[in-house]
Design a binder for this molecule. Structure first.
Ligand SMILES: C[S@@+](CC[C@H](N)C(=O)[O-])C[C@H]1O[C@@H](n2cnc3c(N)ncnc32)[C@H](O)[C@@H]1O
Length: 263
C-alpha cells in the first residue's frame, strides 16, 4: 500500500489535489458559519493576533484577517499549504507542523478545527496552543464525535465501508474519531476558564457540501482500503454510488466546539 494513499497526506497527482481542494472547500462551507459565530463570541477585535492551526483552505484565516484589520495579525499554519487561499497583507501563512515547529506567543485567539483529531500528539499540542495564549486569550477547538454516526443503520455495503474507513484511520493514522467529546475535559484540565461547549449535527447528502467532505475522503482511500480491511474496491464504489444517489440522506457526525479563556 502506497503510504500517501493510506495516510492523511495528499498525493501530488492532480486528481488527488483536485479532490482534496474540493473536500476542504466543502468542509469550510459546511462549518464556517458556526465557527464565525463562536469566534465573534470571543470578542475578536481590530488589532488582535490570531493563530489558525491546520488552516486547510484558509477560509477561517481570511475571515479573521478582516476582523483584526490592518493593525492585527493572523498566523495561518499548515503542514500542507497547497490548498491555502492567497493571503492578504495581515496574514502570515507558514508551512509549520504544530507538533514541533515554533508558534507565536502572546496570542489573543487560537483556533483549530478538525485538526487535533488527526494528530496523535494532540494532548501535547493542546499544551503548546494554550501556552501560546496571552493571559485572557481565547482558544476555540472543534472536533467530531463519530459515535452516533457509527450507530445509525446504513444499508450495505455502506455500513461496512464506513466502519472499515474509521477503523483503518484509527489504526494506521492515530485518528481519534471521538475526540470532540473529550475536548471539554482536555480544556478544563489545562486551567482554561469561561468554558462553553456547542455541538451539532446535520443531514449529509452526496453531491452536496454537507456530505462530500466525507465522501471525497472515502474516494481518497478507495485504493488503499482493500489492503487494510475486508472491503473490496467494488464495495467502496457501491457505497459511493449509494451516497450520491438521488434522495439519499444520512446522519453526520456530532461536531463539538469547545471554547475557553486562559485566566
Ligand atoms: C480536515 S483538514 C481541516 C482544515 C481546516 N481546519 C478546516 O476545518 O476547514 C485538517 C488540516 O490539518 C492539517 N494538519 C494535519 N496535521 C497537521 C500538523 N501536524 N500541523 C499543522 N497542520 C496539520 C492538514 O494538512 C489539513 O489541512
Amino acid at each position: 500500500v502506497a503510504d500517501e494513499q493510506s495516510s492523511y497526506r495528499i498525493g501530488t497527482d492532480t486528481a488527488a489535489e483536485r479532490r482534496e481542494r474540493a473536500r476542504l472547500d466543502a468542509l469550510a462551507r459546511v462549518r464556517d458559519p458556526r465557527t464565525f459565530t463562536l469566534l465573534e463570541r470571543c470578542g475578536i477585535a481590530p488589532g488582535w493576533c490570531c493563530l489558525e492551526v491546520g488552516a486547510g483552505s484558509g477560509s477561517v484565516s481570511l475571515w479573521l484577517a478582516e476582523r483584526v484589520g490592518p493593525a492585527g495579525r493572523v498566523v495561518s499554519i499548515d503542514v500542507d499549504l497547497r490548498f491555502h487561499a492567497p493571503p492578504p497583507a495581515n496574514v502570515e501563512v507558514r508551512a509549520a507542523d504544530v507538533v514541533h515547529d515554533s508558534l507565536p506567543d502572546g496570542v489573543d485567539l487560537v483556533h483549530a478545527r478538525a485538526v487535533l483529531q488527526h494528530i496523535p500528539e494532540r494532548e501535547a499540542v493542546l499544551d503548546r496552543l494554550v501556552a501560546a495564549l496571552r493571559p485572557g486569550g481565547w482558544i476555540v477547538v472543534e472536533d467530531g464525535d463519530m459515535r452516533a454516526f457509527e450507530a445509525q443503520a446504513l444499508p450495505e455495503p455502506m455500513a461496512t465501508v464506513h466502519r472499515a474507513m474509521i477503523e483503518a484511520s484509527k489504526a494506521r493514522l492515530g485518528w481519534d474519531p471521538y475526540l470532540g467529546s473529550r475536548l471539554p475535559d482536555l480544556l478544563r484540565t489545562r486551567g482554561l476558564v469561561d468554558i462553553d461547549i456547542v455541538g451539532d449535527t446535520w443531514a449529509m447528502r452526496g453531491g452536496d457540501d454537507s456530505g462530500e467532505w466525507w465522501f471525497l475522503a472515502l474516494e481518497h482511500v478507495a485504493d488503499a482500503l482493500p489492503a487494510l480491511s475486508s472491503v473490496t474496491r467494488d464495495d467502496v464504489a457501491a457505497a459511493l454510488a449509494l451516497a450520491r444517489s438521488p434522495g439519499f440522506v444520512m446522519l453526520g457526525p456530532l461536531s463539538i466546539a469547545v471554547m475557553g479563556r486562559r485566566p
